[in-house]
Design a protein around this ligand. Sequence first.
Ligand SMILES: *Cc1c(COP(=O)(O)O)cnc(C)c1O
Length: 389
Amino acid sequence: MFKDELEVLQSQGLYRVLRCLDGGQGPRIRIGGREVISLASNDYLGLASHPALKRAAIEATERYGTGSGASRLLSGSQPLHHALEDDLARFLGCEGALVFNSGHGANSGTLAALCGRGDLIISDALNHASIVDGCRLSKADKRVYKHCDMNELEDILKVSNKYRRRWIVTDGVFSMDGDVAPLPEIVGLAERYGAALYLDEAHATGVLGPQGRGSAAHFRLAERVTLRMGTLGKALGSFGAFVAGDREIIDVLINRARPFIYSTSLPPSVLAASRAAVALMHTAEGESLRKRLQGNVEILGARLNESGFYSGDGTTPILPVILGSVERTAAVAEALFEEGVFAPAIRPPTVPEGSARIRLSVMATHSEADLSRVNRLLDTLLPSIEGAV
Ligand SMILES: *Cc1c(COP(=O)(O)O)cnc(C)c1O
């Protein structure tokens, strides 16, 4: 039935296939019978295999079982749901937090629940797909501003004061570019024009700011952001997501966010692992993991900067090597894999047309030797590429 459509994708080099690992995720993975260096995971601190998280998950399973049984509004919350939400609200300095089953559900559900007819969503062009989906589900009007273009954002704000509410929506750290949103400017504009601000901290949670409290905390602007969303499945090594802000907004979400209302809630193991991860953020070990991550980012980022293929400032663990064409990107990813490095080729529609890239994501648990090896490989592979963006 879909044969022709799949063939079109194949002919464009955009056909995706799943690769199966021979074991778990980590700085090195086994795939196709070989061990390779992985630069493909958002488990930035290596917490997905941390003993404290594993122990918490096992103990919670022993105590509460494997499944939560139903949506929380139907079957009631587990004590762990409330405990995790209290932990998160304290961690982020908010009145309340609500746990969602995924970041995708948190973004799509929250934007659809909070922004309705008579409202305007003003969204960065490179926001995550789940924000785009939230915009599509919402009955609000939408405007998109060029990536981090503060002039365009202000122009939109200037002419949109007829709306009931205006929400500026932005990633804190952009997932495919690794750059950090200019939050001081965005917060300034939001306040000047009376707009609310929704911040996606998926890649900033656990990574940026004191104790890994995210990009808003990094800029000391946490209390001036209306609502923050973050994920538990990336640097926090578990699964799921949260939205944190004023109690009133959390109560609206409990009553209106469809992915929260109509989906079986997260199981005890996941909730307990997330609590262990948040607890770890406050410890010396958490601090030293973030330091190691930053050190590793510098090892790879410095070399990439010299190569001219990366224009970031090396503050986040997402290092894109933008190569432009789908073919060239696929060829480099393949060559890296041949040499024992797994780094994904990111193609449209995940990134804009003509900006296909290798996305390197660094972990605290990568060894210096492995990163040096990646640097040497990139040194030999990248100069042979002409006309990269
Ligand atoms: C990964 C990601 C999400 C979705 O989170 P999941 O928990 O993986 O569904 C949302 N926003 C951004 C910016 C992301 O990178």
